[in-house]
Design a protein around this ligand. Sequence first.
Ligand SMILES: NC(=O)c1ccc[n+]([C@@H]2O[C@H](COP(=O)([O-])OP(=O)(O)OC[C@H]3O[C@@H](n4cnc5c(N)ncnc54)[C@H](OP(=O)(O)O)[C@@H]3O)[C@@H](O)[C@H]2O)c1
Length: 336
Amino acid sequence: MKTFQIGEQKDLASLTLTERPAPKPGPGEALVTMRAASLNHRDLNILRSKYGGPKPATRIPLSDGAGDVIAVGAGVTNVKVGDRVSGVHFTPWVDGAFSPAFFGGDLGVTIDGWLTEQAIIPAQALVEIPKELTYIDAASMPVAAGTAWHAIQTFGHVQAGETVLVLGTGGVSIFGLQIARMSGARVAITSSSDDKLALCKKMGADILVNYKTNPDWEKAVLAATDGRGADVVVETGGGTLAKSIACTAPNGRIGLIGALSAPGDTPPALGALLGKNITIKGITSGHRRAFADVMRAFATNGIKPVIDKTFPLAEAPAAFSYLDGGSHIGKVMITA
Ligand SMILES: NC(=O)c1ccc[n+]([C@@H]2O[C@H](COP(=O)([O-])OP(=O)(O)OC[C@H]3O[C@@H](n4cnc5c(N)ncnc54)[C@H](OP(=O)(O)O)[C@@H]3O)[C@@H](O)[C@H]2O)c1
């Protein structure tokens, strides 16, 4: 079968296509024919050795995928042959509190992931895909929608009528926009592109700020909320934290998620954290129950994930380069 591996992790060109024999599931594992997989920002970092220590060159990349169960190992009871499934990348994290031990079962990082015709996945990570969602829909969601859900719902406890701020128009942020809208919240979004902001407006975003032409974007967010700021912030920038704090409302919640921007020049305004009673939480993706919840929310509301472009499996290297180029909005996918 066709399988990609991460190779020497010197850059995106390290991604290598190999032929391997079809695997057999061991105890607790499922063998899944991959129908769709999605790329996340961290998949770029892994190939560039910027995500933890070096990994075995044979590691199969990608945290997110969906497909059909074609075999199960001993002791598997939660899925069966023929099920349409997707799953979470922290495979031991079924529910409850986060544990650093979950990094030991991280698809595409510490164990093999989805960029292969047939993937071995620990069965406890898998959930059945709701009938309303396609393989592509489901495969787009585990990391990006799961993380946005964690920030906005599980941690953020967003209320209808509140304002949610998302930064940029990548996978996490566009899911954040959609989750905030289906929760009855007002959405503020930033982008380096006016064209992308125009698309976000069509998706229901209310406050649109170009962070390139308007470096003081936090002031624009404050102005658009009558000086109050956003109640929930999906902080994918990292170096943008000081500005996010500046435009967070009293009692606001900031989910600290990513590191897209350079480290901020200005240290976070700790006085504002105290003065506004803001809560900041570090967020690492989410558990299986949250992933099932977010899939169900999209299915029952008839909302589709925003898919920018889909590549066939053999063209996976082009998909990585495309994501790296940053022209996408929403998700970049692979199908087999
Ligand atoms: N903690 C977790 O569990 C977790 C989970 C998922 C992702 N992440 C992290 O979250 C971040 C986003 O991931 P992703 O997969 O959504 O990435 P992505 O799809 O590659 O999105 C990249 C987009 O971010 C925007 N961006 C870049 N620099 C920015 C800046 N300085 N300010 C605001 N927006 C900026 C750009 O949007 P425009 O083109 O519109 O400007 C860019 O297209 C990454 O750092 C990723 O590693 C963390």
